[in-house]
Design a protein around this ligand. Sequence first.
Ligand code: GCB
Length: 592
Amino acid sequence: PGHDPFQHLHDESYAAPFAVDRVGWRDMLSVAGRTLESLDGDWNFVLDLHDEGLRQRWYEDEPGPIAGWRVPRDYDDGDWQRTAVPSCWNVVRPEWTYFEGGAWYTRAFDFASGQPGERVFLRIGAANYEARVFLNGVFVGSHRGGSTPFFIELGPHLRQGQNRLQIHVDNRRRPERVPMNHTDWFNYGGIYREVGLLRLPPVFIRDFGAALVPGSAGKRVAVDVTLSDAVDGVAEVEIAGLAPLDLPVTAGLGRIEIDLAPELWSPARPRLYDVGVRFREDELRDRVGFREIAVAGQRILLNGEDIFLRGICVHEDDQALGKVTSEADIRRRFADAKALNANFLRLSHYPHHEMAARIADEEGLLLWQEVPVYWAIDFASPDTFSDADNQLREMIRRDRNRASVIIWGVGNENADTDARLAFMSGLAASCREMDATRLVSAACLINREHFRIEDRLSDALDIIGLNEYFGWYEPSLDGLRRLFANSDLDKPLIITETGADAVAGHDGAPGELFGETHQSQLYDRQLDLVESAPYVRGFCPWVLYDFRTERRQTGLQRGYNLKGLIAADKTTRKKAFATLSARYAELAQRQG
Ligand code: GCB
């Protein structure tokens, strides 16, 4: 009301009121043990190539066919296609496969308020890349970053009875975003993780953490709690079988350290404790493992013991569903990792569904999680930094109580420039500020000038990650030999990527590119070399499954990266699978 009804035809500043960073990591809430009222299911959906909905303010509309309903031109969500939330629009209709732009999801839902003073939040598990949320005609919040959850307090805008929710999602790639225009994975769009409402009491527990204090020989446990408001009181903490304890809270914050000597979590024995935290009428419940991860010289120590990371990288990608992930999909992924005799996964190249780390906690797998600071980010831009930093902090907040997560990755294959050094050192500092219980790494490139493993960022890292494709992009493995001979590290190194494309079912002759034989032999040769370099403390090749990527359109690839050990059907194992599995079995035996 009060605006020029034809403004959308001549004014390009229409998006200005809807800045996309209204909601960020400080708004995050723990959902551990909480019940979400699901809003998943069929929503009304339309693509909006011209941002017509923002221009014409579709959100000012009233719901449904009700008397006095004012229908703006070009808008009637009752006529739209029904589309599932969560889903990726690219796999809903063939003609939407490559769509990049804005789209609208709308639905009505009924609401009846419960306890007096109750606070209601909308939680969106993930929407790629920007989301703007409108409730009953009001812009209530927005988020950028395609892989982390966000929370919007709906409070005063909620109505008794029917409510109307409209969400604008935009997956346009942009040079200043994280990731930027150019990636080697598919740019799926949509609300592709679960959506729900959360009802909380007037003062609630925003978050808690429970972890071993580093350097306390596995004895000391720190518990901290953050409340929604700056009140004083006592939180009751119970770690089942270990201790009930009282945690004093001042101005909404509390932290204690206490000697509890818990049974430690490890891949061999993934012991989890039931933890409950209560404050007034609110309670969070979680299952938490206690473990210590550290580096000493060239070694990685888990609970004080040397560990070699037998890893595999994996994308969140599904031929049928895009980025939508289910528990069954994660369990299959982990079962395949275990069949490989792996103890470690690199969840590349963005935060995966939060279920992944929960299930890894149960199954005793170690994880690397990262943010999509991938290739040529706009490292000089402070706004790009704040976007990346926010995604990182949201990931850390979300998964802080997951014992399985041992490494935060702050970037992948970024050229060693001054701007990148400042940017990624800043991200490493954020990891350390928020989390003392994990290591920081990045997947780095080879220094071509000195042909050495040498990166100015390594001062900011605990572990150096190295992506190298000797035997594929660089045909000869001699380079790897030379690289190891030229390099001397005072830290542990993980090979964070190496591999070769192979068309499933095509054996090929030895050395024949795109054949399974070449891929399989490459794994053996790589491992022979890698095992000879004392500072290499992890091997994490590329990649578990073939995955969709727009930029690979040769006749063999047809839009897929074929470096998987398993085809995109997630079933057909290539020869290299058995090869790596056997090598990892040997390694596991040798290393105990
Ligand atoms: C890389 C990237 C990864 C690609 C891979 C490839 O170095 O980090 O995202 O998919 O190489 O297959 O080229």
